[in-house]
Design a protein around this ligand. Structure first.
Ligand SMILES: Nc1ncnc2c1ncn2[C@@H]1O[C@H](COP(=O)(O)OP(=O)(O)OP(=O)(O)O)[C@@H](O)[C@H]1O
Ligand SMILES: [Mg+2]
Length: 93
């Protein structure tokens, strides 16, 4: 499955792009903790996608930034588990 998020903002500077998924990376000094920016958002995205064995990437130029997330299809689910035995108060659990 491919999920894409696109915006038409100013874009990400080319020097920042290779490091954009690192923790605490912020684009400019104006984005500070007190302004509500932790620099963690995209690193969390990257970690969650990796946990699902997916891939995340970004392309950016002034006027168009596209984040792409590929997620693999679910592996074939394990077979149904045995149905639980009916409750019998005489059987210790
Ligand atoms: N769509 C975008 N367009 C331009 N720059 C971006 C975009 N998304 C992220 N960035 C840049 O990448 C940096 C890191 O983004 P990230 O989401 O990891 O942290 P943040 O947005 O600063 O903080 P938080 O997600 O905690 O609010 C941002 O500070 C910003 O400079
Ligand atoms: Mg963010």
């Amino acid at each position: 499955m491919l999920l894409q998020v696109r915006d038409n903002g100013p874009g990400i500077t080319p020097e920042l792009v290779p490091r954009i998924f690192e923790r605490f990376i912020r684009g400019d000094a104006a984005r500070t903790r007190t302004e509500g920016s932790t620099g963690l958002g995209l690193s969390i995205v990257s970690a969650v996608v990796a946990a699902h064995h997916g891939k995340v990437d970004v392309t950016s130029r002034p006027g168009e930034t596209v984040f792409s997330i590929w997620l693999p299809r679910r592996q074939s689910a394990p077979g149904p588990s045995a149905p639980a035995a009916p409750y019998d108060p005489r059987v210790p659990v």
